[in-house]
Write a protein that binds this ligand. Structure first.
Ligand code: PLP
Length: 414
């Protein structure tokens, strides 16, 4: 006989003190790295110090050549850089996921670009070559995809679609630092890729990285975020872009040296973070095997590898006597406080920002046009996440969460 649910007066499954998830782990070596950098420099105008070290480490992490990535102040800034590097202008459109974090698309809207929202595969939350093709229109110049919750998009098919229509391919890899598709890291499939390093699997506190493998695009990335000292040193004097080295494009989007020091520290431990989180993902996948109410979202090993941002699962409402939201509440009552149906990453297609009336006033909108997105609706109604953890002592939390999920599932299974 199973115990009564905690929400109905039964014993809680776990009583671990808060917080249940902290990232990154602030240990003595990270404290040291931050302090050392504070003594070395709090602001770098070029990449001869910690900024360059961090960029080299990040490039190596993705298997790229040094110099194929450019750091920025945030993932949002890196996505804004994509818009300006491609030179998209009002009248142009971009195909983007409707289900994503808002910053995948908001910088394009800021620039007055029409964002055409695409449906998702209800099993993964990702756009597909088909869902992009369904929304194709003549003024589309680029495609941006997000590898949602760490699950890689079908990049071979999406790259073929972009090539067939002569579209720039952009990747938002903010959820997918460790993801691969066809044995190739995400972020290396498109013309440009952005990584947020805000509270993501590799973190710098706040920060972003732009992958620009083409030297011409890379020069523009430097002009977007970094101006004179760095741009003069890194842009070829014979380049058409060199006359802009002094001013850049008009903005500055540098990350901080302390963030870069955290990034160098984290990247030195990337293999450890990855193996620990993959171990947790395997335990999670195994524990949910045969559960009729919830199932993990898996990446078939012959297709790719999970990006390890969070552990995501789908709730099967037809197999349960409660709604998804009630299921989450019952798990939280068991003490699994971080079981979550995300609220701020959701269908963004109805936001007024994307229904602009005035190219220079992002806050002036017309009536929002509704789009039919059945895959997005189905995924969004079914998705639940728990942390991937990845640090010493997390076994107890993972086991407790799996026990809470199992207990609540047993109670609500039809
Ligand atoms: C976090 C995130 C961003 C934005 O990055 P910031 O560094 O917070 O600006 C963009 N896209 C996705 C999918 C994200 O998760």
């Amino acid at each position: 006989m199973i115990n009564a649910l905690a929400a109905h007066g039964g014993p809680m499954t776990l009583q671990a003190p808060r917080p249940h998830y902290q990232w990154p782990i602030i240990d003595a070596s990270l404290e040291r790295a931050i302090l050392d950098q504070a003594h070395r420099s709090l602001s770098d105008r070029d990449a001869t110090g910690i900024i360059g070290e961090y960029e080299q480490a990040f490039a190596a992490f993705l298997g790229l050549e040094p110099g194929q990535v450019v750091s920025m102040a945030s993932g949002t800034a890196a996505i804004h850089a994509m818009s300006r590097i491609l030179g998209l202008s009002p009248g142009d459109a971009i195909l983007a996921p409707a289900y994503t974090f808002l910053a995948t698309a908001s910088p394009f809207a800021f620039d007055g670009i029409e964002v055409v929202f695409c449906d998702a595969d209800p099993m993964t939350g990702n756009v597909t070559a088909q869902s992009l093709a369904d929304r194709m229109q003549p003024n589309v110049k680029a495609v941006i995809v997000t590898h949602m919750w760490g699950i890689p998009c079908s990049m071979d098919e999406i790259a073929a679609f972009c090539a067939a229509h002569d579209l720039a391919l952009l990747e938002d890899c903010s959820h997918a630092h460790f993801a691969r598709w066809d044995n190739q890291p995400v972020g290396t499939w498109g013309d440009l890729a952005a990584f947020s390093t805000n509270q993501k699997a590799i973190t710098t506190g706040e920060g972003g990285m732009l992958v620009a493998r083409d030297p011409r695009l890379r020069e523009l990335a430097v002009l977007f975020a970094h101006y004179n000292k760095r741009a003069r040193a890194e842009i070829d004097a014979g380049s058409e872009h060199f006359p802009f080295a002094f001013t850049g494009m008009g903005l500055k989007e540098r990350m901080t040296t302390l963030g870069a020091a955290i990034g160098v520290h984290q990247l030195a431990r990337a293999a450890h973070i990855e193996s620990h989180r993959r171990h947790n993902l395997d335990a999670f996948t195994k524990a949910l095997d045969g559960n009729p109410v919830i199932s993990p979202i898996v990446v078939p090993p012959e297709q790719g590898a999970h990006g390890l941002y969070v552990l995501g699962l789908l709730f099967h409402a037809d197999q349960a006597s409660v709604t998804r939201d009630e299921f989450v509440r019952l798990c939280v009552a068991e003490g699994a406080l971080e079981v979550d149906a995300p609220g701020s990453t959701r269908d963004i297609s109805g936001e007024p920002l994307f229904a602009r009336r005035d190219a220079s006033a992002p806050w002036r909108a017309t009536a929002v046009r509704a789009v039919d997105l059945p895959g997005v609706a189905a995924f969004q109604e079914a998705f639940i996440k728990i942390p991937a953890w990845g640090y010493p002592g997390d076994e107890e939390l993972l086991d407790g969460y799996l026990a809470a999920l199992a207990k609540v599932s047993a109670h609500v299974a039809r």
